[in-house]
Design a protein around this ligand. Structure first.
Ligand SMILES: Nc1nc2c(ncn2[C@@H]2O[C@H](COP(=O)(O)OP(=O)(O)OP(=O)(O)O)[C@@H](O)[C@H]2O)c(=O)[nH]1
Ligand SMILES: [Mg+2]
Length: 602
């Protein structure tokens, strides 16, 4: 049977799950689904079942927020799992607009972290009721009560509203599937959390008898019906196939029919016949509707306040691969294919922007941060695309006739002995220190820094702290341009000709720097194959075979032992390249190269 769960508001709860990255949101959703019997008894369930796309599973992070719904004793609890990484903060903020409450998950060992503060501040601004979940209490280093105290401090810092500060809390281990009200309680299941949601989160407000109003909050896509907008029915009731009206951001109205109406049930989206105020649904039928716009009753068209979508702060060019290896590794390589793929991405990637440029082979792609853009690159590469990307650059804006640039709030946590050098390096990148605290041998520092100053910093930071430093940054605001930041990068080692790198030649240049390639890697003229230990680029002939003057030298080639190369990940490659350099992306390889391959000096 299609449809069915017409519910009155009383029987609905809408919540979002919010937290700093990795504090256990998705694992907690697993537990809730299991507890509510969403899986058959004998069904094999993967961990973090909601992190369903390949990249999410591989990296262990949530990239897209997802809706599920559970039935608990006759109440429908709509749950939105949100991503924890700062690049997706805008998405979390929007999602919070369609719920009535949130579970704020906090790692019992780590306590509140930068993104905890960000998501909490957004939830409090909206006046949402929050249940604090101190998670991972099974960890040996867990200090649940200390973490709870710190969360309390954070609340008092962020709001004056007593009713919100007086928050309900619960302890849990989503890995072990239990939640408890008191640390001495028996640890058996998630029932205490479900009960707490029913008790503490209000049923949605909204009037079923008023004209229909729905606000598009997130995007989804399905190849049969196209764009699906997900959001909350603010007022009224709606049926599938009904005539409605979209009010666009510019005020224009578009009439049309609801082609499909979706509700959420357990893990999936199901087609339904009707739904009413307070419920979260998906609507298909409008290909031009944008995030934040309203769908409403055509006889009483009234727009809901628009919600803003965060503007991109970082941009880069995607271009057709024109290296000598072009077309040999990818399935989709033409300008037309790349263009279509990029524009298709806009169907579901809310804060991404794509623009044509003066060259038909190049597109400007803008996003919310390095992770946002690198995930798109990685996804396309896995689909078989081949292309080249340029160095990510911040997006400047003119505000009140003044050139402004994006600033980030940067928090680093380092062993005490590295604090001095961290401060020094960051001030060279125009960072201003805002706070510094030392406890238990570690120092936590807060800076405001131009986003520009962070490009390339991560790898330097990891090296400087010998891998023991932790860093987080989130977008802060636009501020007047801070002036030049000289980039300190060593020169590159550049290949001189097309061929295959041979061990003997690599060994010869080993004292000049570190290589990014292994022997037998195919290289071409102008390809960047290593980092020099001097500021200048050097060009090397890495394919030359030694003139064989006697028999011994042919075996000598086999005998050389080389230092391990430094194989750059996609993110590292993007951080490494400078102006006039590109990263070549194919399903099989990530190569660095000079944009101009045939310059005299190579
Ligand atoms: N020890 C312990 N580990 C946990 C618990 N809950 C989650 N984890 C682990 O913490 C890691 C992160 O869990 P996720 O559920 O992916 O965290 P998340 O908050 O959804 O992460 P993002 O979506 O990337 O922000 C995983 O390795 C989990 O297995 C817990 O209660 N105890
Ligand atoms: Mg997650």
């Amino acid at each position: 049977m299609i449809g069915g769960f017409m519910t009155s508001n009383e029987k609905i709860r809408n919540i979002a799950i919010i937290a700093h990255v990795d504090h256990g949101k998705t694992t907690l959703v697993d537990c809730l689904l299991k507890q509510a019997g969403a899986f058959r008894n004998n069904q094999h369930v993967e961990e973090r079942v909601l992190d369903s796309n390949d990249l999410e599973r591989e990296r262990g992070i949530t990239i897209l927020s997802k809706n599920i719904s559970i039935d608990y004793n006759g109440t429908k609890i709509n749950v939105v799992d949100t991503p924890g990484h700062a690049d997706f903060g805008g998405e979390v903020e929007r999602v919070l607009g369609m719920v009535d409450g949130a579970l704020l998950i906090v790692d019992a060992a780590e306590g509140p972290m930068p993104q905890t503060r960000f998501v909490l501040s957004k939830a409090l601004e909206l006046g949402l009721k929050i249940i604090v979940v101190i998670n991972k209490i099974d960890k040996p280093a867990a200090e649940p009560l200390t973490a709870l105290d710190k969360v309390f401090d954070l609340f008092t810092e962020l709001t004056d509203r007593e009713d919100l500060i007086d928050f309900p809390f619960i302890f849990s281990s989503s890995l072990n599937g239990f939640a408890i009200n008191d640390l001495d309680d028996e640890r058996k299941d998630m029932v205490p959390l479900l009960d707490s949601i029913i008790k503490n989160i209000q049923p949605p407000t909204g009037d079923e008898t008023k004209p229909f109003q729905f606000r598009a909050t997130t995007l989804d896509y399905n190849e049969y019906v196209g764009r699906i907008v997900i959001g909350r029915i603010v007022n009224g009731t709606i049926k599938s196939q009904e005539q409605v009206c979209v009010i666009h951001a510019d005020g224009s109205q578009e009439r049309g029919k609801i082609v499909k109406l979706f509700g959420f049930k357990d893990l999936g989206r199901v087609e339904i016949e009707s739904a009413s105020a307070g419920d979260i649904v998906g609507i298909a039928g409008f290909s031009d509707i944008q995030i934040g716009e309203t769908i409403c009753d055509p006889n009483n068209p009234e727009a809901l306040p628009l919600i803003k979508v965060d503007e991109p702060t970082l941009q880069m060019n995607f271009s057709v691969n024109d290296s000598p290896f072009a077309g040999t590794e990818g399935k989709f390589v033409t300008s037309r294919q790349i263009r279509k793929r990029l524009y298709d991405e806009l169907e579901k990637n809310v804060s991404l922007r794509v623009e044509d440029t003066d060259s038909t082979d190049r597109f400007k792609v803008s996003g919310r941060g390095e992770l946002h853009l690198s995930i798109l690159i990685e996804t396309m590469r896995r689909e078989g695309f081949e292309f080249a990307v340029s160095k990510p650059e911040v997006i400047y804006k003119t505000i009140n006739d003044e050139l402004c640039e994006p600033y980030e709030n940067l928090i680093i946590d380092v062993p005490e002995e590295y604090a001095g050098s961290a401060i020094e390096r960051l001030s060279g990148r125009k960072a201003e220190m805002k706070d510094m605290q030392t406890a238990k041998g570690r120092t936590t520092l807060t800076f405001h820094i131009p986003a520009r100053g962070l490009i390339g910093f991560r790898s330097e930071f990891i090296r400087m702290t010998r891998g023991e430093g932790i860093m987080y940054h989130t977008f802060l605001h636009y501020r007047p341009f801070a002036g030049d930041i000289p980039r300190q990068r060593s020169g590159s080692i550049i290949a001189h000709e097309l061929g295959e790198a041979i061990p003997y030649a690599l060994a010869q240049y080993e004292d000049r720097g570190v290589f990014f390639i292994t022997p037998k890697t195919k290289v071409y003229r102008g390809m960047i194959i290593g980092e020099c230990n001097r500021p200048q680029d050097i060009v090397v002939n890495i394919c030359k075979t030694k003139r064989l003057t006697n028999m011994r030298s042919s075996t000598a080639d086999v005998m050389v032992t080389l230092q391990a190369p430094k194989i750059l990940s996609l993110e590292e490659a993007l951080e490494y390249i400078g102006d006039e350099e590109l990263v070549e992306i194919t399903p099989e390889n990530i190569r660095l190269r000079k944009a101009e391959l045939n310059k005299k000096i190579y």
